[in-house]
Ligand binder design. Structure first.
Ligand code: GLN
Length: 492
């Protein structure tokens, strides 16, 4: 079969179960595509053909013995922030260029238990800091829809791999939009779960109170399958919540769009820099949901102006603390011929970290320093609480909140080098992380340059099933999620 990459996860599962193809055939098919196409997209940092084929053979044997799970033998790509035993985990950084983790992240381990076949590790902004994937030490990943454009970030490799059909689905992480924004830029569905829903054990930390892993795929249905693997309590992550995860696949039709109250924040649609095409496509998708029976309700989210400054204090503050461990002594890059310990620290860190990571360590260290702690960090924490309360108040009268995922479509590679401009592009995603809420991106059309536009739906705590269900139903009556970039149509 030459078109295995066009099948949905459900179709892959059924095809494997019905012996229409084996996991080996499927895995070989994806490896061939990666070998032929990924030179143009550069979504993978590491491809692991030998391990993938061994896992595929094991999956096929398991299936013969009648012990297979729903996803046994289905390939996946992992963001290079999830530790993988025996395979490099770089976090997109020179600092971890040769790092091989002695253990698997919980998400990776759960994937193995579910029978997923790991194709490899995909590119990302260095330590997940960025919105373009350009800050990766391994070079920029390209957007499959237009190779001179960025795929978004930080999970840009995950998004580009799926959008070019180089993986059927992929894991991502979202600290301030890194699942939703690249999903938006690449025309995919991506879910950022409630904080605590997916284990962070073995997921290299950027900002621990904001980081959350989640699925990226073409459709809500495909995401639900991966979410069933990723979600759940983990004793090894103290912030992982001890609440049973849902069966996200079984719940795909569980929420009725009829009667759903969708809040439209006034402030969000007046943001300077909101692209006219993005606004139009998002409004059309909301009209569609209205036709399906939803009610649109205008709401106020008064704290909107505080999102960017609050996030860009808290995230760097936590990053500066988390990244202290990379000092050239225990892990990662070590400078050549240090003259003494201070020189070892200084040069290992300034040679091992790229400019964006260094910028954030500086901002974060400043915000946490004795003289400024109250004025910056403590104040930001207070504002964070107000942002959360703003959302909770809104959820008293509505079910979900609609917004764009990003004010623009994908930028040209090299276009957004001014850091502040890049930070402003995070306006629609970062408050969700500050509040710990779940949110999803769904593709809803294209701009005048044929670049994808995304709709974001934000839910109340633990409403992942509801978000997936609403998008699933939208995707039953629209076909934006089935559109493919020309490069994905290439056959091997
Ligand atoms: N663009 C945001 C940042 O640079 C979000 C990144 C993320 O979610 N990892 O911090």
């Amino acid at each position: 079969m030459t078109d295995l990459h066009r099948l949905s996860i459900r179709e892959l599962s059924e095809g494997l179960a019905g012996s229409k193809f084996s996991s080996r055939e499927l895995t070989e098919h994806y490896l061939k595509r990666i070998a032929k196409i990924d030179a143009q997209v550069q979504s993978y940092v590491t491809v692991t053909p030998e391990q993938a084929l061994a896992q595929a053979d094991a999956a096929d044997a398991l299936r013969k013995s009648g012990m297979a799970n729903v996803l046994t033998g289905v390939p996946v790509a992992h963001k290079d922030i999830f530790c993988t035993q025996g395979i490099k985990t770089t976090a997109g950084s020179k600092m971890l260029d040769n790092f091989i983790s002695p253990y698997d992240a919980t998400v990776v381990a759960k994937g193995k238990v579910a029978g997923l076949v790991t194709l490899g590790k995909v590119n990302m902004d260095e330590f997940a800091m960025g919105s373009t994937s350009e800050s990766s030490y391994f070079g920029a990943t390209k957007n499959p829809w237009a190779l001179d454009h960025v795929p978004g970030g930080s999970s840009g490799g995950s998004a580009a791999a799926v959008a070019a059909d180089l993986a059927p689905f992929a894991t991502g992480t979202d600290t301030g939009g890194s699942i939703r924004q690249p999903a938006s830029f690449c025309g995919l569905t991506g879910l950022k779960p409630t904080y605590g829903r997916v284990s962070r054990f073995g997921m290299i930390a950027y900002a621990s109170s904001l980081d959350q892993g989640g699925p990226m795929a073409r459709s809500a249905e495909d995401c639900a399958y991966l979410m069933n693997v990723m979600a759940g309590h983990d004793d090894r992550d103290s912030t992982s919540v001890n609440v049973d995860a849902d069966d996200y696949v079984a719940n795909l039709n569980g929420t009725s769009v009829k009667g759903l109250r969708i809040g439209i924040p006034k402030q969000y649609f007046n943001v300077a820099g909101l692209d006219a095409d993005v606004k139009a496509r998002v409004e059309e998708s909301l009209k569609k949901l209205e036709e399906m029976g939803a009610t649109l309700v205008e709401i106020d989210l008064n704290m909107t102006d505080a999102y960017v400054p609050t996030y860009y204090l808290i995230a760097p503050a936590e990053a500066s603390s988390n990244l202290q461990r990379f000092d050239g002594v225990r892990y990662g890059y070590r400078c050549e011929n240090p003259v003494d310990l201070t020189d070892l620290y200084k040069r290992s860190r300034s040679e091992g970290f790229g400019p964006e990571v260094q910028r954030r360590i500086l901002i974060g260290t400043y915000a946490l320093s004795a003289g400024y702690y109250d004025a910056y960090y403590v104040k930001a924490q207070k504002v964070r609480r107000l942002i959360q309360q703003d959302f909770l108040k809104a959820f008293e009268s509505i079910d979900v909140i609609a917004a764009p995922s990003a004010p623009t479509t994908a930028y040209k590679i090299g276009a957004s080098l001014d850091p502040v401009e890049m930070y402003l592009g995070d306006i629609y995603t970062i408050a969700v992380n500050l509040a710990g809420l779940p949110a999803i991106n769904a593709p809803v059309g294209f701009d005048k340059d044929q670049l994808p536009v995304g709709l974001q739906l934000i839910g109340n705590y633990w409403s992942e099933s509801q978000l997936l269900s609403v998008v699933h139903q939208y995707q039953q009556t629209t076909d934006w999620h089935t559109k493919r970039a020309a490069i994905a149509e290439e056959t091997v």
